[in-house]
Design a protein around this ligand. Structure first.
Ligand code: MOS
Length: 732
């Protein structure tokens, strides 16, 4: 089998997608389909005291209104961080409670979507209101030290050496607080479910990153055997963590379909998604960083307040990443979870790392200026071979290489160090900034089943979901290389519970957990082909060998685990749970890395910020599919630009909810905001983390973009941005 970098192949599902033949969850319209729409809560918190459904029921075509009085047979959802399946433990419409503004209070099902929407607006609800905390800074928001929070597994603060003393005696110091607004995912594909029953059997079509959790979680909530449920999610129109778990509409849609004996579709409108799904929690971070006179970091004190909900503790892993940015002499973290009356925040592309990098990398930049050092040099100086927290070696850490290659591609040497020292011909202030990012190298168990046919088709079933990131293309590339067949002959069955168990695809572990299983399955298939004893000439294809053996088809199965895992981990994915491993393995730790170089132009009078140019270099281990990897990386950089300059959920403390709950007012970058983005990959396989040498890519691409931008803004203007998003008013 050839080794070395993978060849670039076109996206294998490109034709299906551009011709509209890729069928997404709620594209499915089974015969007899009815449509659902939610009525939502108009108070910040409280209890429903009465519901008047008479006007709603009078709308022509209304078939059913599901409110809390009908849902007594349903079990509440269980939170994924408590070995459950849902984004939160709170299930709207199962009780008269209102936990936050905008939660569903009733589901109306009708012959047409228009009738359902019309009727949902005619439901009259009376409430008993309660005071609430809408934001991290609300008076009623309750802060709990994470180490003391009642969580499924404790996350203790990290203590390495005596960071307080080392900081107190450091020659050079920086101390600052960084805040970030909530951010909200807006994948193109809305959250939605189509549920269709045939007798006792239920089929669910839904765009999800976790078909296994939908299957087992739904079984639990409906009180039926999981084997009666099939979840089908071959394509997802963007996940980014929002579709990690069961959402509120799933059980209610399935319930309504069962009541009516007809298939039901519910597509949650974007405004409602802002109010009743997970989001990136608001954070407040304080970093104190000390260095000796040569610029070596002697101490880092890292504090984070991260938003959570009243009903769940969404655990903060900000400090874990903060501790791995550099080889600090000593490190201490303090994490607090701040409870607010909101949905439970959750995983959103680089859920913690995006915020952490903003705080750490801004502080590093500040220290570099104090020391009169080049921002790239100070980062190279503080790189480390060993993890300061565990003392373990890094399986691979090419961050210095990313910095060196990125600096060269960017032309960093043209930068003059002093703030406001570079001015364009039109008078724009030019700023150049750098920052690094990292993301845990996780993996997990996976099952694979592979099937070769005499007519040349290779079909592989793996536990992973295609959400646009390109995993189908990566799988085709890897299987084609292993079996010496063309990528077009490879078909993957993904996101479908009729195949092997469909564990959560998230945490940038999709490739690292499924590709080793694919490779192992290819190897097993080769052995099984050899065992047919055909004496086929060297280099024969599976189809040729099957023809010689006069067989139509040959199937084999395989299972793989992450380092340190045992077969027990398979029991978890077989029952719809997650079983990730990493970044700490028995003998090493693994992270992926990014170095971003950004040029900004700041218009001197209006202070308008533009980002004409970004160069980013990544270490994600082996690149499996160069084209889709590059595309994923560019997408991450675009997101980083939005995260730095645009994205913020706006909340009015008096009412709760989100004011700018649509993509007209929740600003994301558009084409006109994006200049040149050049990305590159080290493409060195990680020698230890798995047989495929792959770390993760999907999230690290975003990490560090924001501080590279704000560091460039400082270089351009001399103003240090300590809140995201950075706005014109911050620079005046
Ligand atoms: Mo990701 S934010 O773990 O889907």
């Amino acid at each position: 089998m050839p080794t070395g970098p993978y060849a670039e192949i076109p996206r294998v599902d490109a034709y299906e997608k551009v011709r509209g033949r890729a069928i997404y969850g709620t594209d499915n319209n089974p015969a007899g389909l009815l449509q659902g729409a939610f009525a939502t809560a108009t108070i910040g918190k409280g209890r429903i005291t009465a519901m008047d459904l008479s006007q709603a029921k009078a709308v022509e075509g209304v078939r059913l209104i599901v409110a809390h009085e009908q849902t007594g047979s349903l079990q509440p959802a269980r939170f994924i961080m408590r070995h459950g399946f849902a984004f939160q433990s709170y299930s709207p419409v199962l009780t008269p409670n209102v936990a936050y503004r905008g939660q569903p209070v009733a589901l109306v099902v009708a012959d047409t979507l228009e009738a359902a929407i019309d009727a949902s607006s005619r439901i009259r609800v009376s409430y008993e209101e309660e005071p609430f905390a809408a934001t991290l800074d609300s008076e009623r928001a309750e802060a709990v030290p994470q180490a003391e929070a009642a969580t499924a597994w404790p996350i203790e603060d990290i203590v390495v050496g005596d960071a307080e003393t080392a900081y107190a005696t450091a020659a050079v110091k920086a101390d600052a607080t960084y805040t970030m607004s909530t951010q909200h995912q807006n994948p193109m594909e809305l959250i939605g479910t189509v549920a269709a029953w045939e007798g006792e059997r239920l089929t669910v079509y839904e765009g999800t990153q976790n078909a296994g959790a939908c299957k087992f979680g739904l079984a639990e909530q409906l009180g039926i055997p999981a084997e009666n449920i099939t979840v089908i999610s071959p394509y997802i129109g963007g996940g980014f963590g929002q579709k990690n778990t069961m959402q509120s509409q799933l059980v209610l849609t399935a319930f309504a379909a069962r009541e009516l004996g007809r298939p039901v579709k519910v597509v949650v409108p974007r405004r409602q998604i802002f109010h009743d799904s997970s989001f990136r929690p608001a954070t407040r971070q304080r970093v104190r960083l000390g260095a000796d006179s040569t610029g070596r970091f002697t101490a880092a004190l890292y504090e984070v307040d991260a938003q959570t909900s009243m009903h769940d503790f969404f655990q903060s892993e900000h400090a874990d990443t903060a501790a791995r940015h550099y080889g600090y002499g000593a490190f201490r973290s303090f994490a607090r979870l701040v409870r607010t009356d909101t949905p439970t925040p959750g995983y959103m592309r680089a859920p913690f790392e995006h915020a952490t990098a903003f705080a750490i990398e801004s502080t590093v930049d500040e220290l570099a200026y104090q020391l009169g050092m080049d921002p790239v040099q100070i980062r190279l100086l503080n790189d480390t071979e060993t993890d300061i927290v565990t003392g373990l070696p890094h399986s691979s850490r090419h961050i210095s290489e990313c910095l060196r290659r990125g600096a060269e591609m960017f032309g960093w040497e043209r930068r003059t160090p002093a703030p406001r020292s570079m001015v364009a011909e039109n008078g724009d202030l030019i700023g150049m900034g750098v920052a690094i990012g990292l993301y845990a190298g996780a993996g997990g168990p996976n099952r694979a089943s592979i099937r070769a046919t005499r007519d040349g088709v290779i079909q592989i079933s793996l536990g992973v979901h295609e959400m646009g990131q390109g995993i189908r293309t990566a799988i085709a590339n890897v299987v084609a290389r292993h079996l010496d067949v063309s990528p077009e002959s490879v078909t993957a069955i993904l996101g479908d519970t009729r195949g092997v168990p469909q564990m959560l695809t998230a945490g940038s572990w999709g490739s690292a957990s499924s590709i080793p299983a694919a490779e192992t399955a290819c190897e097993a298939l080769r052995e099984a082909l050899d065992a047919l004893g055909t004496n086929a000439p060297e280099g024969s294809s599976p189809a040729e060998i099957l023809a010689l053996a006069d067989r139509d088809v040959l199937s084999v199965e395989a299972a793989t685990f992450a380092p340190g895992q045992t077969r027990e981990a398979l029991g978890e994915i077989d029952t719809g749970h997650v079983a990730p491993s990493g970044p700490t393995y028995p003998d090493f730790i693994t992270y992926s890395y990014a170095a971003h170089f950004v040029e900004v132009r700041v218009e001197p009078a209006t202070r308008r910020i533009r980002v004409p140019r970004v160069v980013s270099m990544f270490d994600c281990g082996r690149v499996l599919s160069p084209r889709t990897a590059r595309s994923q990386a560019i997408g991450g950089v675009v997101w980083g630009i939005g995260g730095a300059l645009r994205e913020a959920g706006e909340v009015d403390e008096r009412y709760g909810g989100i004011l700018n709950a649509d993509i007209a007012e929740y600003l994301v970058p558009v084409n006109a905001d994006i200049g040149s983005i050049e990305v590159g990959f080290i493409d060195e396989p990680d020698p230890l983390v798995n047989r495929s040498g792959v770390k993760g890519l999907g999230e690290v691409v975003l990490v560090g973009v924001a501080p590279a931008i704000t560091n460039a803004v400082y270089h351009a203007t001399g103003v240090r941005a300590r809140h995201l998003p950075v706005r014109i008013e911050d620079l005046i």
